[in-house]
Design a protein around this ligand. Structure first.
Ligand SMILES: Nc1ncnc2c1ncn2[C@@H]1O[C@H](COP(=O)(O)OP(=O)(O)OP(=O)(O)O)[C@@H](O)[C@H]1O
Length: 290
């Protein structure tokens, strides 16, 4: 089993730390979801983990070997970021097929057959110039590049942002098929949390440049609850627990709790206890303060 390990990753831009000594271990054979608010540092972290951007401090290793300027390690990594963000004039004037031909030369495990199949599945016109593609078609090119790279650790930054709902479903279906057949590791950052929640075996929550949580998605959902009712009943039921989010309407109160081992919501109080979706857990963790 391979491990990609980031240790003490700090990134400073213009004197400001945008990543604060981040430690992160990614194991092979999992699909990770990375979620965080705008500007949390997701793209920066993914680009550092794949050695496309140097860390100001800290290290990234694959099975103990540094990845920076190390072709032996880099051939196992692929970072497919939004094409709209990387397109310079050179890329914009390229036809899709030229872009893919160049990608194939940079990615040592390129699977041409898979690329051709995905071109058909996404109905992509490879004769079109990148600059003339719609946002969704650009997303398809980046998704296709990531999947056909066959890299052991494949990072996708907002892969579904430009895709319509049909194409998004198709993307997750293909991702799961590929994962089941190959056991490759995928790290997917997304803002569209709910539709991806079932796909992510583990979820990494990044908030203001720090990792707030990295956990099996199912286990996280099993310990996350919303407790509501009359304020005094709720207070008694959750007394001693850490509250992540809180609403008050008149004499009613609602709170979100993430139970730690050994903790429980106290019995015997007149409260409603509900499970939360991943999106609600995320809102409680990264939304307004409790
Ligand atoms: N090249 C750069 N120069 C200066 N600041 C940068 C640069 N790249 C990113 N930043 C800053 O670093 C912080 C994190 O940005 P990053 O793009 O990593 O966040 P993100 O979580 O991917 O955001 P989003 O979800 O909006 O894409 C932001 O404050 C951003 O302005």
């Amino acid at each position: 089993m391979s491990k990609l390990v980031g240790k003490g990753i700090t990134k400073t831009y213009g004197g400001k730390d945008v990543l604060h000594s981040v430690d992160l271990e990614l194991e092979s054979g999992k699909i990770y979801g990375m979620i965080g608010r705008n500007g949390a540092g997701k793209t920066t972290l993914l680009s550092i983990l794949t050695a496309q951007n140097p860390a100001t401090k800290g290290s990234v290793t694959l099975d103990g070997e540094p990845v920076w300027e190390n072709p032996a390690a880099l051939k196992h990594l692929c970072f497919s970021r939004e094409l709209a963000q990387v397109s310079g004039n050179n890329v914009n004037t390229m036809k899709v097929k030229e872009y893919l031909r160049i990608a194939a030369t940079f990615l040592p495990n390129w699977d041409k057959e898979m690329a051709d199949r995905l071109i058909r599945e996404f109905d992509l016109d490879v004769k079109k110039r990148i600059g003339k593609l719609s946002k969704g078609m650009m997303s398809m090119v980046t998704v296709l590049t990531a999947l056909a790279s066959k890299a052991d650790f494949t990072f996708l930054d907002e892969p579904t942002s430009g895709l319509d709902v049909v194409a998004r479903e198709k993307f997750y279906k293909i991702l799961l098929e590929e994962y089941e057949q190959t056991g490759r590791t995928f790290i997917v950052s997304t803002h569209i949390i709910e539709e991806a929640a079932d796909v992510f075996e583990e979820v990494v929550v990044l908030d203001k440049g720090s990792i707030l949580l990295k956990e099996n998605t199912q286990e996280l959902l099993e310990r996350s609850f919303h407790v509501s009712g009359r304020a005094e009943e709720v207070e008694a039921a959750v007394s001693g627990l850490r509250l992540y989010h809180e609403e008050r309407i008149g004499r009613s109160r609602g709170v979100t709790v993430l139970l730690e081992p050994g903790e429980k919501i106290r019995d015997g109080y007149d409260v409603s206890v509900q499970r939360l979706s991943l999106q609600k857990v995320f809102l409680a963790l990264c939304g307004e303060e409790a």
